[in-house]
Design a binder for this molecule. Structure first.
Ligand code: GTP
Length: 654
């Protein structure tokens, strides 16, 4: 969260903020529009939040399938309201994380407040931009709890896609007002008519309800703001009740502790108030609060119905629990229901490169999970990698992004083991039943996989997948789903040429490359989304990976019996590619019990790095040795083999 660090940590900003607190005058909101978070006028005054009574507040999210234009529309709305300037550099301003900028995807929901004049009245609009990828769906469901309505965006070129359907139902079930918007009408290939038909058939929208816009060119975007005011109700908040707020997100700041995002349900809160939470009776003093516009803008107060940030010296994940209810410590309130915990789909071990870095890694994981509460954390240990953690993620992309954020935002380099999905085993062995105190266990990693003789059956997680595709690709999709052990449960035409398919699929089969394969066989035209379904009996086996004869559990995997051979072969050959040559030969084997099913050999590396440096150029020698040492730092010695830290994830990718 570099922007946050910059604005909160910068001494100049701190000073300006202090001055602005003391000045306490009412700066007109629209006069302080800015182009970047660096501009000091960000903090040049404070907004009087009491000028926005509940009936003049609208809280809404933009939801859509990946890349349908959420962040671009957010930019346009911020520009139209003068919240940001129209500079070319002001693109996707709500994608603030380095990982979002690098990958071009939103992974974190972001809030931005803006002001809009409508029929002579001034409205405060709080917008939450959400991620589109299924792995970050928890961000969407949490954001919706702070909203009364959504803009459901659909790309006119692609039409309704799998995440459009999933997101529609999230909003529908939360009983939010839904404004359907067809985007990218400027594109030559835009098929607005078919998109309209899909939205009518699938979601029952009427033609007159639909907005047709180009977020990129700003066509018809201003009307969206009016529609937000007309069609989305104000929050159901009571200013006369004691202060009560939903803590719906939080971020760790090195200097200030937890910076929480709150939706004020009732009453008002101001600097200096003493507050507590429903889960933690500790008393905190509100040090700073304000709104995101889109950067941090401190205010004196936050009132009923408003969405903003609040800093109160909370230090840890336990103190700033997402979903918690905040209240004045003198006036406890009935807690809000909070959020359903996220259900992890993929587990991976995460270990420090050196055991001495365990504590630092723990701190980094704690702080990042404050910002990403969909990750579950449990302690773990491995003979090869020492003490670490077992983390649960919503998908493989989520796991990669978490790992990247650990490195980029917390400077923590860690080894992430081969991801696995949690299977189950029904035990027959009395000894194991006694040991586990249950006859059905969940297996999170290959090391825990019980032997076949000790179980009556294994079970694997099954998901319900939704695929939306042009019908010309159906045959290829049927073959792919069959190869992935899928079972078709629904087939519906959503317009003249596009089909919605529902498949029951083993999670293990889709977690790694299903989406990529689907995209490649349909030239990118099919989309996919899935939700948790059930556990079903399955013929599972543990596929061991051995390096120089030693089983490496961290590289082993659990697969369906029919997939063991191809997966074993791929694993061994991938490892051959990713493990560099060493001073001795490395034999890689994949085995089912004692039966070796694949073998590869990495020949010994005889060359001395300094061999070419005979003669006395000491600086060149030092450079070569340094480069070699840096390479080593990113390796982990397991047994007697140096393994690059990314090998564990990369071997699974095909
Ligand atoms: N031609 C055209 N391109 C658009 C329009 N809106 C967005 N785009 C482009 O579509 C791509 C994706 O836009 P984003 O705003 O990042 O989409 P998103 O939905 O926020 O993406 P995620 O957050 O990753 O799901 C970008 O290249 C945009 O420039 C539009 O109205 N017309």
């Amino acid at each position: 969260m570099t922007t946050l660090w910059r604005s909160l940590a910068c001494p100049l900003c701190q000073r300006i903020r202090l001055i602005s607190h003391n000045v306490g005058y009412l700066a007109p909101f629209a006069s302080r529009r800015h182009a970047s978070s660096k501009s000091p006028e960000n903090h040049a005054g404070q907004i009087d939040m009491s000028q926005f009574p509940v009936e003049n507040i609208r809280n809404f999210s933009i939801i859509a399938h990946v890349d349908h234009g959420k962040s671009t529309l957010a930019d346009r709305l911020l520009e139209i309201t003068g919240t940001i300037s129209q500079e070319a550099s002001n693109k996707q301003v709500l994608d603030k994380l380095q990982v979002e900028r690098e990958r071009g995807i939103t992974v974190k929901a972001q809030t931005a407040s803006m002001v809009h004049q409508y029929q002579g009245k001034t409205y405060l609009l709080n917008l939450i931009d959400t991620p589109g990828h299924v792995d970050f769906n928890y961000e969407v469901s949490r954001s919706l709890a702070a909203c009364q309505g959504v803009l459901l965006l659909v790309d006119a070129n692609q039409g309704v896609q799998a995440q459009t359907v999933a997101n529609f139902y999230l909003a529908f079930e939360a009983e939010l007002a839904i404004i359907p918007v067809i985007n990218k009408i400027d594109l030559k290939q835009a098929d607005v008519e078919s998109t309209e038909e899909q939205m009518r058939r699938l979601f029952d929208f009427k033609n007159e309800d639909l907005f047709k816009i180009s977020a990129k060119l700003g066509i018809n975007c201003e009307e969206i703001l009016d529609a937000v005011i007309q069609r989305i109700p104000p929050p159901k908040s009571d200013p006369s009740k004691p202060w009560k707020a939903l803590l719906f997100d939080s971020t760790y700041n090195h200097f200030r502790g937890a910076v929480t995002n709150v939706a004020v349900i009732d009453g008002k809160v101001q600097q200096g108030d003493k507050i507590s939470s429903a889960h933690n009776s500790k008393v905190y003093e509100v040090q700073e609060l304000g709104i995101m516009s889109p950067d941090y803008q401190s205010t004196q107060e936050l009132h009923a119905g408003q969405v903003g940030y609040l800093i109160a010296g909370m230090k840890s994940i336990q103190e700033a629990r997402i979903g918690d209810t905040l209240h004045l410590s003198s006036s406890p309130v009935e807690p809000l229901p909070g959020f359903k915990p996220a259900k992890p789909m993929v587990f991976g071990g995460i270990f420090p490169m050196e055991q001495s870095e365990y504590r630092d890694l723990k701190v980094a994981v704690d702080r990042l999970t404050l910002n990403d509460s969909s990750v579950t954390v449990a302690k773990d240990s491995s003979p090869a990698l020492g003490l670490g953690f077992r983390l649960g993620f919503l998908g493989l992309l989520h796991m990669e992004v978490f790992n990247q954020r650990l490195e980029q935002e917390y400077n923590a380099t860690a080894i992430v083991t081969t991801p696995s999905v949690p299977c189950k085993a029904r035990l027959s062995s009395e000894k194991l039943i006694k040991q586990y105190k249950t006859d059905e266990i969940t297996i999170f990693s290959p090391a825990e996989f019980p032997e076949k003789r000790d179980v009556t059956e294994y079970l694997e997680p099954i998901v319900m997948g939704t695929i939306i595709t042009p019908d010309v690709h159906l045959n290829k999709i049927f073959s792919l789903c069959e190869a992935k052990r899928g079972e078709q449960v629904d087939f519906t035409y959503i317009d003249a040429s596009r089909v919605l398919l529902k498949y029951k699929l083993p999670l293990n089969e889709i977690v790694v490359d299903f989406y990529d394969l689907l995209k490649s066989i349909t030239s990118g035209y099919a989309s996919f989304d899935y939700e948790d379904h059930s556990y079903e009996p399955s013929d599972l086996v543990k596929l061991d990976v051995l390096l120089n004869g030693q089983v490496i559990n961290e590289l082993s995997t659990i697969v369906h019996k029919d997939k063991a051979y191809p997966v074993g072969k791929t694993l061994a050959s991938k490892l051959k590619d990713v493990i560099p040559r060493q001073l001795y030969e490395v034999v890689i084997q994949a085995a089912l019990g004692n039966k070796v099913i694949a073998r590869e050999t990495i020949r010994a590396y005889k060359k001395n790095v300094l061999a070419k440096c005979y003669g006395g150029d000491i600086s060149r020698k030092m450079k070569l040795l340094k480069r070699q040492a840096e390479g080593k730092k990113r390796m982990k010695k397991i047994g007697n083999v140096d393994i690059p830290k990314d090998a564990f994830i990369s071997v699974l990718k095909r």
